[in-house]
Design a binder for this molecule. Structure first.
Ligand SMILES: [Fe+2]
Ligand SMILES: [Fe+2]
Length: 151
């Protein structure tokens, strides 16, 4: 059986539900600005459910991955670097060609932000690696102490 199409569909469903979540939160903010608290709350409540839908799709999408802390940081770093080095520069170029100055500015700013996010994740990965080796040293030390006590 070929699951590739379903994998693509799961990714699309994840993207769609994720977008619905952010769109509804944005609409809630706008409704509140327009003085309609009741509809703002409907949008917020629905947005929470869209998050659950998105998580369910993501869970199936990533089912084949061994999601260790290192792996998740790696996935995040890859994504942010893709945005900052490839996606936003391409988008900025096109916006330039099409004379959309606001989009040019936004894409340039977001490319910088994505690069900063990649750095943040890299630092976290380094700290985590440091912590794990400290823990491994402690564990080895305790084991050695135990072994001494036993002998
Ligand atoms: Fe949904
Ligand atoms: Fe980011």
């Amino acid at each position: 059986m070929n699951h590739y199409k379903t994998q693509d569909n799961l990714e699309s469903a994840f993207a769609g539900e994720s977008m619905a979540n952010r769109r509804y939160l944005y609409f809630a903010k706008k409704c509140r600005e327009l003085g309609n608290e009741a509809v703002a709350e409907v949008f917020e409540a629905t947005a929470q459910q869209e998050t659950q839908h998105a998580f369910a799709h993501l869970e199936l999408t990533l089912a084949g991955e061994n999601l260790t802390v290192e792996r998740m940081l790696e996935i995040a770093i890859e994504g942010e670097l893709y945005e900052s080095k490839h996606m936003y520069p391409e988008f900025e170029k096109t916006a330039n060609e099409e004379g959309d100055a606001l989009a040019v500015k936004e894409f340039a700013e977001q490319a910088t932000e994505s690069a900063l996010h990649a750095e943040t994740f890299k630092k976290a990965a380094k700290r985590f690696k440091g912590l794990t080796s400290v823990e491994a040293r402690h564990a080895a030390h305790y084991q050695a102490t135990l072994d001494t006590l036993k002998s």
